[in-house]
Design a protein around this ligand. Structure first.
Ligand code: MG
Length: 377
């Protein structure tokens, strides 16, 4: 991407901290385009299509999966990136990679795998996303992982404990020094939250777990409901929800662009280093819209993610992950040879990590089938 099109505070490949393993520059693409393309070609990315966002993949064809979620995050973030003259290919790369480390069965799977790994350093999906792109993808002859640019990796690693940060080297430094990620990383993070807040309203309604009456109490939804109802009194519920959702996304995205512009003007960063040294993140919603956004998030937590129908699925998912983990830890030969050979060379902690890598990489349906094969139920 030509540097002239970018704002001075955007990430710019000319001033990048580069790749872990030196490579010759691409001939026809920018460096961050190359990152995005590598992510799209990765095995972990393809598997996102069969991984749970909120509803288990086989519960219905119309629900979001991690793949469609990641695409929605990317398209929201790209609009904002272009509006603010940030680096669009980098923004897209971070968004498409942000959930690569997710286990099967969404947060239920991640929580249970974390419990299984308690004595071996725990499991955290965000850290696992970085592990996927840094180490686990095995596609290139010259290096492990995808060998992505520093700024892409920095954006993928949203949070990190001090202990893990010490072990991560370059990309962990900012957590020790309390610095910010680049603006593209900040943007991917908030775009993630905007995307799921909105698409989970749609999926929750479709599943019959949320009602329009309940949703109207939420200011983000309620305000748009009144406007749409007034203008289209006869609109059927399905289209009503879609029309409200597109207006909700527009409201939040517009606020994000305007508020971030204000922040950039006030802070006046002249480079990505200024952005990193800023006291706080600059790509943020205004206080008023943030409050509404958080209120909707709390509402979804209470009425969708913790719905009793969801909790049944959660328990089943946890049982599957727990029993798979116990089986492979008990007999590493029950994993495919690429994993069992790696595990065979390691101590107990290393073996557990290989088992976690194997389980985390599974799609929902693969985990279910593998569990049935092993336990017969
Ligand atoms: Mg996400």
């Amino acid at each position: 991407m030509a540097a002239a099109l970018l704002a001075p505070y955007a990430a710019d490949e000319q001033h990048s901290r580069g790749r872990r393993h030196a490579e010759s520059p691409p001939r026809f693409r920018g460096e961050y385009q190359r990152d995005r393309d590598r992510i799209v070609h990765s095995t972990a990315f393809r598997r996102l299509v069969y991984k749970t966002q909120v509803f288990v993949n086989h519960e219905g064809d119309l629900y979001r999966t991690r793949m469609t979620h990641s695409l929605e995050v990317a398209q929201i973030a790209r609009t904002v990136a272009v509006a603010l003259d940030l680096n669009e290919p980098l923004t897209e790369a971070i968004c498409l990679a942000h959930d690569l480390g997710h286990t099967p069965f969404g947060h239920a799977g991640q929580d249970e795998l974390n419990v299984c790994m308690r004595d071996f350093g725990g499991f955290e999906h965000n850290l696992q996303s970085l592990r996927v792109v840094d180490e686990l993808e095995a596609k290139y002859a010259d290096f492990p992982g995808l060998n992505l640019m520093f700024e892409t990796r920095e954006g993928i690693l949203k949070h990190c404990s001090v202990k893990n940060a010490r072990e991560l080297g370059d990309v962990g430094e900012r957590f020790l020094q309390r610095m910010q990620p680049g603006l593209e990383g900040q943007l991917a993070n908030i775009a993630d939250a905007i995307a799921y807040n909105n698409h989970d309203v749609d999926d929750g309604f479709r599943a019959g777990l949320l009602s329009i009456e309940q949703l109207r109490e939420q200011p983000l939804f309620g305000q748009q409901y009144e406007k749409v109802r007034a203008r289209y009194p006869a609109l059927e519920d399905r289209r009503l929800i879609y029309e409200i959702m597109r207006r909700m996304i527009d409201t939040v995205v517009t606020d994000l662009i305007e508020n971030t512009r204000k922040n950039l003007l006030a802070a006046g960063p002249q480079s990505i280093e200024d952005v990193r040294r800023a006291a706080r993140e600059l790509v943020v919603l205004s206080a008023e819209v943030y409050e509404q956004h958080v209120s909707l998030k709390r509402f979804l937590n209470k009425h969708l993610y913790s719905h009793e129908k969801k909790l049944v699925m959660t328990q089943q998912a946890k049982t599957i992950v727990r029993e798979l983990f116990a089986t492979y830890i008990g007999d590493i030969q029950r994993m495919p040879s690429e994993f069992s050979m790696r595990a065979g060379l390691m101590d107990a902690t290393g073996r557990a990590r290989v088992v976690a890598d194997y389980i985390a990489g599974m799609t929902d349906r693969y985990a279910i089938a593998e569990h049935e094969r092993i336990t017969g139920c």
